[in-house]
Design a binder for this molecule. Sequence first.
Ligand code: CP
Length: 300
Amino acid sequence: LRHLLDLERLPAERLDALLRRAQAFAEGAQAPSALAGAAVCTLFFEPSTRTRLSFQLAAQRLGAHILNFDASTSSATKGETDLDTFRTIQAMGVRGFVVRHKGDGAVAALAEAANPGVAVLNAGDGRSHHPTQGLLDMLTLRQAKGDDFSKLKVAIVGDVKHSRVARSDLHALRKLGCGEIRVCGPAALLPDDGTLAGCTVTHDFDAALDGVDAAMMLRLQRERMVEGLVESLDDYHRNYGLTAARLRRAAPDAIVMHPGPMNRGVEIADDVADGPQSRVLAQVANGVAVRMAALEALLG
Ligand code: CP
């Protein structure tokens, strides 16, 4: 594996191997020298809390040196291009780049400029891919529901159109043989570009939740909306917000996931986000394990 840019092209057996190694890290496996002497740069052109910090912690636990690039305090503010920024840091001997960018395909474009032996990990590009989020979501599902997804019913709900998380989850769920994938949201927030092929698509949230094993709620991404939200936040919450009352339509042991950051009171109510079925913080914890597995696989 040279780079980790998406889950779409990752063979199912590689995906499974990464999840197994991540599970070992989640159970306490250690590899403190796996990346000894290597430098890893978190190169973020968009804000992040979970992804950036968990990649940094993961790299630290594998013995790497960490460089943190923050676009807002860098020479990017003086007009330096993304490619020159990448090449500049690469010239310092950095071996691993964890890159987030608002542009679709921007991370893959930087990977094209990587020297032999240098790996690029996509930490989220535009609406397209967020592979390590997809991996940590699958690990969270496996921990709750077992490795066999063939009978699993999963609902992905909300702003799918602007969501790189949803796209990566869809690729991963299909590769792992998920029994049924339901996708739900208002028409304006569902993509019509083939992304949802093979999914059961509905605008009826109650129907989407009926008997599901997992509800994956998505953040309403107002910063990516060109046309603005077609309904008020109150209406959105009424139609597509997950409340404790609504969650009773799901299977009794259903889990609730959200990639974060959450818009509380919009796509998810407090009593669900903080309730017994929530796996939101388990997802965060799994993020460190998954990113250790990914860094080790590419740079170890
Ligand atoms: N889920 C996720 O990517 O969160 P951050 O934007 O905080 O990294």
